[in-house]
Design a protein around this ligand. Structure first.
Ligand code: FAD
Length: 489
């Protein structure tokens, strides 16, 4: 079968591996000159930066791609579990390390915050329980096919829905479990892993700490970009052909079937099309004459990000690979994000890969990826927001860490909602497709196939099961399974 994949983001690459491994003829068309979409890298004056994702969870879904290709993942893609997941800092000089080992983490919390270790352990156990009850249905299956719902284990899990905390906010669940405001803030932060607001998002999202503290936070050898590079090389080795600088202009339809694509003014015929581009642009730009799923396309978007990539001429022993400097008023910060605004005291995330790979920065220096959450692009005055936020972020880091940061910044690059959209076609610069704030969000994302257009499939962060590397990889797995069950027409 001849298959065209539109976009070489991580889900497009994973689809290429899966399809080519089954012996299909696969062509991947990518608008950029490089693979990976958001998961890319760049160099600046001797510093290497991962451009987008910095946290790697659920590595088993990358391993599965090598297994699908008949290879032993350990021989081709290596990664390490981080002993400390994140260092947390507050303005009142409280500091704590979230150790990967949950008992160590709980005793650190007891020591630094005076919260009984058992409380955190219970909260993490609740996170695991919810994941085990719900994960397989919400994340690993298509929610839009009858055979999913006829499956006995799914039906059994649905009976347990009242235990998922779907109708309570994530914040309320965390307050119920651990009470202490700083620990609630720390656990609420996990909502940002899919661009949500912990005061609105359903309590089911309290499953996220389970990924980090039980399954683990990892770092791939060679950096996050090596996920892209390894999967790209794997797809090539299985025979997938890549076409770069090749923006697809149209998906060609014959009655209600996708029959090919138009790229660089050329018409090319395929049996099946897998779109890895943001589903909004796929409909609006490539399928303007097809029926549009308006309700889905108009859903609220997830948050975006403002990132400063700084070469820093200092080594900071108090920092780890992942670090968070919390805002004083977390609820206010999220209220403002919901209104399309940015707080004057944003929570600041600092990622430093040279802590793990010294070669990512010149000797004695560090490569800082400094990020705050910002709303998706609704036409705000971004130049003013960037200038103001830069001053506030630098002041906060200097204050909390006791350094004079302006003297230390050797070079700078910036990424913001407008450039996220222009570089990856992500609608309004949203990081994770649609927002997960609604309790029914899991059911409202675009399915992994089109019910109106035969032979057209969708993968990536803007469709089911959602954004983030692991879920994008799962979308490719779901499409692979669906295709096996539906013959091309
Ligand atoms: P994308 O990366 O969105 O790529 C889509 C590709 O399609 C692009 O290369 C684009 O050029 C191409 N394309 C679009 N239209 C066309 C067309 N018409 N023709 C040809 N090509 C086209 N996730 C995590 O798991 N952990 C993190 O720590 C994390 N942090 C993040 C930080 C930032 C700053 C960003 C931006 C994202 C982060 N994410 C994180 C989210 C994660 O990066 C995404 O969910 C994931 O990479 C999206 O992959 P995708 O397959 O949807 O494709």
């Amino acid at each position: 079968m001849k298959i065209a994949i539109i976009g070489a983001g991580i889900a497009g690459l994973a689809s290429a591996v899966r399809m080519a491994s089954k012996g299909h003829s696969v062509d991947v068309y990518e608008a950029n000159a490089y693979p990976g979409g958001k998961l890319s890298q760049f160099e600046l004056q001797g510093y290497r930066f991962d451009a987008g994702p910095s946290l790697f969870t659920m590595p088993q879904y990358v391993d599965e791609l090598f297994q699908a290709a008949g290879l032993n993942p350990a021989e081709h893609f290596r990664y390490q579990r981080l002993p400390i997941v994140c260092n947390y800092f507050w303005e009142d000089q409280t500091r704590l390390s979230a150790f990967a080992d949950e008992t160590e983490f709980a005793s650190e919390v007891e020591q630094k915050l005076g919260v009984e270790a058992a409380k955190l352990l219970q909260s993490l156990a609740d996170s695991r329980r919810k994941y085990e009850l719900s994960g397989r249905i919400f994340l690993e299956k298509s929610l839009h096919r009858l055979d999913t719902w006829l499956n006995l284990s799914v039906a059994k899990a649905m009976l347990k829905i009242p235990q998922f905390d779907l109708f309570t906010s994530m914040n309320k669940v965390n307050e119920r479990m651990v009470q202490h405001p700083k620990l609630v803030q720390l656990l609420n932060r996990f909502a940002t892993y899919n661009g949500s607001n912990p005061y609105k998002a359903p309590g089911l999202l309290t499953i996220i700490p389970h990924f980090e503290h039980h399954i683990g936070a990892f770092y791939p050898e060679g950096g996050m970009h090596n996920i892209t590079q390894s999967v790209y090389e794997l797809a090539q080795s299985k025979g997938a052909r890549f076409h770069f600088n090749a923006p697809v202009e149209e998906i060609l339809l014959k009655k209600n079937r996708a029959v090919g694509i138009k790229v660089n003014q050329e018409t090319l015929h395929y049996d099946r099309i897998i779109s890895n581009m943001d589903v909004f642009h796929a409909y609006r730009r490539l399928l303007p004459h097809a029926p549009q799923p308006e309700k889905i396309l108009r859903q609220e978007k997830s948050t975006s990000a403002l990132i400063f990539y700084w070469g820093v001429q200092r080594e900071s022993p108090e920092l780890n690979m992942h670090n968070i400097l919390f805002s004083e008023d977390y609820r206010h910060e999220f209220d403002l994000l919901s209104q399309g605004k940015v707080s004057d005291d944003p929570t600041v995330y600092i990622n430093i890969t040279s802590k793990h790979t010294p070669g990512d920065a010149p000797q004695g220096c560090e490569n800082w990826f400094v990020m705050i959450n910002v709303p998706y692009n609704a036409g705000q005055d971004w130049d003013a927001i960037i200038a103001r936020s830069r001053t506030q972020i630098i002041a906060k880091i200097s204050r909390v860490l006791g350094v004079n940061l302006p003297d230390l910044i050797a070079c700078e690059e910036i990424l913001e909602p407008r450039s996220i959209e222009s570089k990856t076609w992500s609608h309004l610069g949203a990081l994770y497709g649609t927002s997960s704030n609604d309790r029914m969000a899991a059911f409202m994302r675009h399915p992994n196939f089109s019910s109106k257009i035969k032979n057209l499939y969708f993968v990536g962060g803007s469709v089911h099961p959602g954004g983030g590397i692991p879920l994008c990889l799962l979308s490719a797995k779901i499409v692979d399974e669906i295709m096996d069950k539906s013959p091309a027409i």
